[in-house]
Design a protein around this ligand. Structure first.
Ligand code: FHN
Length: 442
């Protein structure tokens, strides 16, 4: 049936996925690292001896901390232990293929020397650019860098969440110009940037800026051809975000999966997408006292595998402390995930969705080039048999363990296009990868 769609000047400019090589590279990352770092790392979720239970990077919005105290934190920002090379090496060992760094979070403090505000690293005791050395260190490890940028800016005098008066509108024009200047400045300073990860774009004031945001996106893409921008940046003519008024995705991939994952391929609408995930329940910036559930490496690996099995990337967050150190819990997780990735990355990198019926033992992924299929097994059934159900006319040519002694499995046909393979191990100690080579019968 033909689509009935309304004419939008600033809606989606493309239907379906981007198919150029830069976007294929993005699609094939599988695994990324997010870093939330800024002034909020200094109080680390406490002020005047009191505990703040919200997300540490939001502490400024808490009545327990006067704004003025927060706004003066920059006079203490001196992360003497910051070692970009060590961060990049750790990310590499963990298996991350891209990294997203908060250049500016909602508080407005800039981790790069910005010509357009005094509220930046150069006016803090640290006095030096943070972003440049990070980009250099990650580039050197072959990890692509993306810049997180919050449009919402609690420090800029022209920032408004809504535009109610003529005065608001005038002030906001100044804020828009400032936003544009900062973004162009970032791309000019760090030309190896592969994309921008926008945030803080939910305000009513920003939702009125369809034309401005659209033009700015075009301008940025002219500066860095192929620049990747997700669905959180621009609203459409009617203020809709992510998906325009016709339901089409705006931007290069869907950015709606924050601390949650799709369950089925249908949930993803067949789009590219990323999932950004915290280690504790809801902490992005450094909080010295994590309470509640803290994810284990196997939970995070399962989320990574599930993301890739549904054609998405999984991005795990880190929140370094005020001295510039990555906390030991995160270092330990990075190590454990890295050990698994080291052996099993074949089932993650360059892999995506295959339309074989999902089974309870875990997830399938498929290498987009070779077509090889991977079973990533998290749950061993009591009878030890893993069910494989294929579409019609698929021959299972060879099934074998990715690791360990070259064990091959002979599929036992239990129905048409339905098989069991039998596991020997009593218990699975780590998520196990089994390779399936198949061909299509003619
Ligand atoms: O408010 C922020 C939050 O602090 C964090 O940066 C996350 C990361 O996706 N984004 C916002 C909430 O959507």
């Amino acid at each position: 049936t033909p689509r009935i769609s309304m004419t939008l000047e600033h809606g989606a400019h493309r239907i379906g996925k981007r198919i150029d090589s830069k976007m294929s590279r993005w699609r094939n990352y599988g695994f990324g690292q997010f870093i939330h770092w800024g002034l909020y790392a200094i109080p680390g979720g406490h002020w005047n001896g009191e505990y703040y239970g919200g997300a540490a990077e939001w502490i400024r919005s808490w009545k327990g901390m006067p704004n003025e105290d927060y706004d003066n934190l920059y006079t203490e920002f001196d992360p003497v232990d910051f070692d970009p090379k060590a961060w990049a090496e750790q990310a590499k060992d963990m298996g991350a293929r891209y990294m997203i760094i908060t250049t500016k979070h909602h508080d407005g403090f800039c981790l790069w020397p910005s010509e357009f505000t005094d509220y930046d690293v150069t006016n803090a005791p640290y006095g030096q650019d943070i972003i440049g050395p990070l980009v250099e260190a990650y580039d050197a490890e072959g990890i692509d860098v993306y810049l997180y940028f919050s449009v919402m800016d609690w420090n800029h005098p022209g920032y408004r969440s809504k535009l109610e008066t003529a005065e608001d509108r005038e002030a906001y024009e100044g804020f828009k110009e400032f936003t544009r200047n900062q973004l162009l400045e970032l791309l000019e300073r760090y030309p190896s940037t592969k994309g921008l990860w926008f945030d803080g774009t939910w305000d009513a004031a920003w939702k009125e800026q369809a034309e401005f945001a659209d033009n700015l996106a075009m301008e940025m893409r002219e500066m860095i051809p192929g620049l990747i921008i997700g669905s959180r940046f621009r609203p459409d003519d009617y203020g809709n975000r992510h998906f325009d008024s016709n339901g089409d995705l705006m931007g290069d991939y869907e950015q709606g999966w924050e601390r949650k994952l799709p369950d089925t391929y249908e949930d993803t609408k067949g789009n590219d997408w990323d999932c950004v995930m915290t280690v504790p329940e809801n902490q992005w910036g450094y909080h010295s006292d994590w309470r509640g559930h803290v994810k284990t490496s196997y939970e995070l690996i399962e989320m990574l595998v599930k993301s890739v099995s549904l054609d998405g990337n999984f991005v795990m967050n880190f929140g370094p402390n005020g001295q510039g150190e990555i906390r030991k819990e995160e270092r330990q997780l990075a190590k454990e995930i890295g050990e698994w990735m080291h052996k099993n990355q074949k089932a993650i990198y360059d892999c995506g969705y295959i339309d074989w019926e999902k089974q309870d033992w875990g997830y399938y992924t498929r290498n987009r080039e070779s077509g090889e299929v991977y079973m990533i097994v998290f749950n061993k059934p009591i009878n030890g048999a893993l069910r494989i159900k294929t579409p019609a006319k698929i021959n299972l040519d060879k099934i074998f363990d990715l690791n360990g002694p070259q064990k091959t499995y002979r599929p036992e046909e239990i129905h048409r296009n339905e098989y069991f393979i039998h596991l020997d191990e009593a218990l699975l100690e780590t998520p196990k990868v089994i390779v399936i080579q198949y061909s299509e019968a003619t």
